[in-house]
Design a protein. Structure first.
Length: 249
């Protein structure tokens, strides 16, 4: 029986780890499903006022995709976020750029607004026309998207063409010469209704899709736990009830 002590302890520890990982994935599954339901409800809900500076420190991922509105005027300049639309809401998809422009709210703070999608290879005249900013005070509605911090895998922005590979609005502001004091830590993706008559930028192209593999991961961990138990029991049975060998002469 002494042969069973250490393998049994090791098996119990490994089993506890595998079961914890499985239950953690189930908890993540419940969280992800609740997030998807909340986002779907938020996208279809009436817009609320975009949060101002007093609320910025309290923003969490639960605020992502909220339907908001903000009133103010566009400032000069545009920055671009590289993306590819595989399932566009509008008529144009494929690789291209999201157009971000700074917008000064009537309360004095600034937020970057994602005006919509420009397809790759757009000719110069249409591009120039698409980048013309609406003049005067206007009320915008769209989805709040928390700004991204690039990690080590994110390519550096193309500073010549002002193209980013993450929604790093603080970096966009710095290169465009926009005052970062009073800059919202999020951007607003415009609703499709704000697509200009000419069709570009094509607004309303927020990608509201979530990878949800948590159930598969949970089943994998539980399957490994079951396999571990099976292997252990087979081994332990061989130790407790060893097969008798018969010598042949």
């Amino acid at each position: 029986m002494r042969k069973l002590i250490f393998p049994t302890l090791a098996t119990l520890i490994a089993l506890a780890i595998l079961l914890n990982l499985g239950f953690w994935q189930l908890n993540r599954l419940a969280w992800k499903e609740a997030l998807i339901d909340r986002v779907k409800a938020g996208v279809a809900s009436s817009p609320i006022s975009a949060p101002g500076p007093a609320a910025w420190d309290a923003l969490t991922e639960d605020d992502d995709y909220r339907h908001v509105e903000v009133r103010g005027v566009f400032q000069g300049g545009s920055a671009f976020y590289y993306t590819a639309l595989t399932d566009p809401v509008g008529t144009i998809g494929g690789p291209g750029l999201m157009v971000y422009a700074p917008f000064k709210s009537d309360e004095g703070w600034t937020v970057f607004v994602n005006r919509g999608f420009l397809p790759q290879g757009l000719d110069g005249d249409r591009r120039t026309e698409a980048l013309d900013l609406p003049e005067g005070e206007i009320t915008l509605t769209g989805l709040l998207r928390l700004s991204e911090e690039p990690n080590w895998t994110t390519p550096e922005p193309d500073k010549n063409d002002l193209i980013w590979f993450a929604r790093d609005t603080a970096s966009m502001a710095e290169l465009l010469g926009v005052e970062t004091t009073g800059l919202a830590p999020y951007s607003v993706d415009l609703d499709a209704a704000f697509t200009p008559v000419a069709g570009l930028p094509q607004a309303g192209e927020t990608i509201v899709r979530f990878k949800n593999d948590h159930l598969g991961y949970a089943l994998t961990w539980f399957g490994l736990a079951a396999t571990l138990v099976g292997v252990y029991l087979t081994w332990a049975a061989g130790v407790i009830w060893p097969r008798r060998r018969t010598d042949s002469t």
